[in-house]
Ligand binder design. Sequence first.
Ligand SMILES: [Fe+2]
Length: 233
Amino acid sequence: MKKAPKKGAKKQGKGHLAVVTDSLAFADEAYPEVLIDSLRAIIASLEEKDSYTHGHSVRVAGYAVLVARELQLGEVEVRAIELCALFHDIGKIGIPDKVLQKSSRLSRAEFEIMKSHPVRSARILEKVSALGNLLPGIRHHHERFDGLGYPDGLSGLEIPLAARIILIADTYDAMTSTRPYRLALDKEIAFEELRKCAATQFDPTLVEAFITAMRKQESGHQSGESALTKKIA
Ligand SMILES: [Fe+2]
């Protein structure tokens, strides 16, 4: 059963939050075991290919849950956003290793190949009919607020809420993780970077919700923990 957004969510206007997904029929612990097992198998296949992407997706899911709770969304929406975040990069399975694991700058042709991963992610997940409503959040997780993203150049509130949240969580995790080619940024610097790109790359309201939620988490007043992610990943 879908819960109505509560007070904090309402402040941003209905259109801002109404695009999540029209959602899974399951909430929290009610996921059938066979679905959990299937999702675990899909996640495990990505781990075989690229262990960084697996760890990254789990962290992004945690940040996405944090923001969804900050927006006071209902549990079904929180779960839907969490699943979108867990599976957003699953399409990287279809990206050749020499592109996916390249540590130097991608050529234009290589970047075009990399840009195909959100569509590939949605194509993989569409095979799981119970997850059909998650596909827009996954397909559009690289759309930018100013319309300059991909794959479809959606802008502003045309972009599904899950996708707008994932882009922020995804970028924050990339900035604060150490990679072979660069050191992790301090989180306060990462927050400033997100703010600099608010309204161009990111939904500005969600950037503030993200930073607020992260500060609340630090002081123990908000949590991105989830039993579902622990089961699946
Ligand atoms: Fe991605």
